[in-house]
Design a protein around this ligand. Structure first.
Ligand code: G3H
Length: 536
């Protein structure tokens, strides 16, 4: 059924054709778009082409393989622009920093079509989801600006405790290194990059492994909208570029979305760990728990979206499904019927849900998980489940899954749905308690008493418990975090502003002379920090 899944060039709608490969040699350092003359990294699209005789690897462009030297130049530029907190950017008024970010947003919006198109080609995300990623990111930036204004309003006052008058404000941390994931290369990266910038930090940004070319249309926008050195964009292998940055000890905040192993390896390189703040979004193995009285149709709809949206490549995806044994038969029947209705195809096709996978070797990895599960007694219970054609993997529903199988604990980050039958809810609670991960979970059921009890058992295990609802990050104003190996720190529109800043207190003893000094500073606008004005 997958023989004809890939298109010939002629079959690609003209609107989505790339018209040649994109050689992207520029990188942004110190306000300058530099041209890289060294080795390049090929960008291979998950959309393999059918050349009439079979599959053909589809190289759609290339990006620079910078070395330690160029990444250290980028760091130097960020360090200089921060200038120990005395640079133009960290000392700029909030109103002016907001104006730069607003200009960036205005210019970024003009690049929507190009960015969306490249997201589809580079990571295989379908058109509505690629558009949503772009639009959600713009809304996130707007909300960040709104939240910063409201934070500023809340802080535009004086406290008076024990005769100490104080004003408390938030100021930047220093130089931030921001790295995002391939599944949300725009959104997740910008949910750290923008708060870092708007709070006055300077940034070195290294795009994800896949989802790199789409930055090209934004390079000029970054260059145009921010003072030199404030944002620096580098490309290349993590080992050569990021490792060198961390070893200098000059990174103050490390924002990273990826694996916990990757995060630990990078963090360890910092020579003064107490001077590094980390904001990390990491692995997860979010369970769905389907109680015996659950509304099956609702559970099927939510678990389908939760486990297979963007082919299961979401950190928040439901990655293991516990179903009470009394209803596992009916659940599987309805679930596999729903999976069969998911349209497969290329990202731009109408209503398509399952698309090719961007990571090289991913289909073999997933097939390995399926074969391992089969060895220990599971079967693929849906028609065509696990069928592979090059970068395309047809969703596999595995049942009955048990603790001997790799898929029981390993994160698949792809279209494999393991279903575990359980007799006693304690088996599920034990799984969650023993898990290395603690991001979210979903409970499906009707009885308030049972659900209430389960919430109490599980509230200290994860960062979010969803009732009759799939796991998800949004709405972005809600805190997004995790325990154990799933995260460090909390992100949300408001929390991210806190993550990239530290409070500074301006305080004085309440004497007539001190009050007069403070009042004069405020009245005559003598300080960017000690002030009572209102940012509209
Ligand atoms: O990959 C992790 C993303 O933050 C998930 O976001 O739940 O909105 O898809 P989402």
């Amino acid at each position: 059924m997958l023989e004809n899944v890939f298109p010939t060039t002629a079959e690609i709608p003209s609107q989505w054709q790339l018209n040649g490969t994109i050689e992207q040699r520029e990188y942004l350092v110190n306000g300058e778009l530099k041209l890289w003359a060294g080795p390049m990294n090929d960008v291979v699209s998950p959309v393999t082409l059918n050349n009439g005789n079979g599959n053909e690897k589809n190289i759609i462009g290339s990006t620079p393989l910078l070395t330690e030297k160029e990444s250290l130049e980028a760091l130097d530029a960020a360090v200089l622009a921060y200038n120990n907190g005395t640079g133009e950017w960290p000392t700029m008024s909030i109103t002016n920093r907001i104006a730069h970010v607003e200009q960036f947003l205005f210019e970024m919006k003009k690049q929507r079509t190009d960015v969306v198109k490249l997201l589809m080609w580079e990571i295989g995300k379908n058109l509505p989801d690629s558009e949503k990623e772009f639009d959600r990111t713009c809304i996130y930036i707007e909300d960040t600006i709104k939240e910063l204004k409201s934070l500023d309003h809340r802080n535009s006052k004086f406290e008076n405790e024990e005769n100490i008058i104080a004003q408390i404000r938030r100021v930047p941390m220093g130089v931030a290194l921001c790295m995002g994931p391939y599944n949300y290369p725009l959104n997740e990266t910008f949910t750290t990059l923008i708060p870092a910038l708007i709070m006055g930090n300077t940034v070195v940004f290294k795009p994800a492994k896949y989802g790199v070319l789409f930055i090209k249309p934004l390079l000029n926008v970054f260059k145009k909208c921010f003072p030199k050195g404030v944002i620096n964009i580098i490309y290349g292998k993590g080992r050569e570029t990021v490792g060198a940055l961390m070893e200098t000890g000059k990174i103050d905040v490390f924002a990273f979305i990826g694996t916990n192993k990757g995060a630990s390896d990078i963090k360890k390189l910092h020579p003064k760990p107490h001077r590094l703040r980390s904001v990390l979004g990491l692995d997860a193995k979010n369970p769905a728990i389907i109680l015996p009285d659950a509304d099956i149709d609702l559970a099927v709809t939510e678990v389908l979206a939760g486990s297979l949206s963007f082919n299961g490549q979401r950190c928040t995806a439901l990655k293991i499904i516990f179903v009470h044994e009394n209803m596992s038969g009916s659940f599987i029947q309805k679930f596999t019927a729903a999976v069969a209705k998911l349209k497969i195809g290329m990202p731009w096709e109408k209503d398509v849900k399952i698309t090719p996978l961007p990571e090289p070797g991913k289909t073999a990895f997933l097939a390995g998980l399926v074969n391992d599960a089969k060895q220990f007694g599971a079967a693929v219970v849906n028609e065509n489940g696990g069928a592979v054609n090059d970068t395309f993997f047809y969703p596999a529903v595995l049942y009955p899954v048990n603790e001997k199988m790799r898929i029981y604990t390993e994160e698949q980050f792809g279209p494999v749905v393991p279903i575990v039958p359980y007799k006693n809810i304690d088996e599920v609670i034990n799984y969650v308690v023993q898990s290395d991960f603690g991001q979210q979970l979903s409970i499906f059921g009707k009885d308030p008493k049972t659900i209430g009890h389960l919430i109490d058992e599980l509230a200290n295990q994860v960062g979010r418990i969803n009732i009759n609802t799939q796991c998800q990050r949004g709405p972005d104003v809600y805190p997004f975090n995790g325990r154990k190996n799933s995260a460090e720190g909390t992100l949300s529109v408001a929390d991210a502003l806190r993550a990239f800043s530290i409070r500074v207190l301006i305080a004085t003893k309440e004497t007539t002379a001190n009050k007069e000094i403070v009042q004069t500073i405020v009245r005559e606008h003598q300080s960017n920090y000690l002030r009572l004005d209102y940012i509209f």
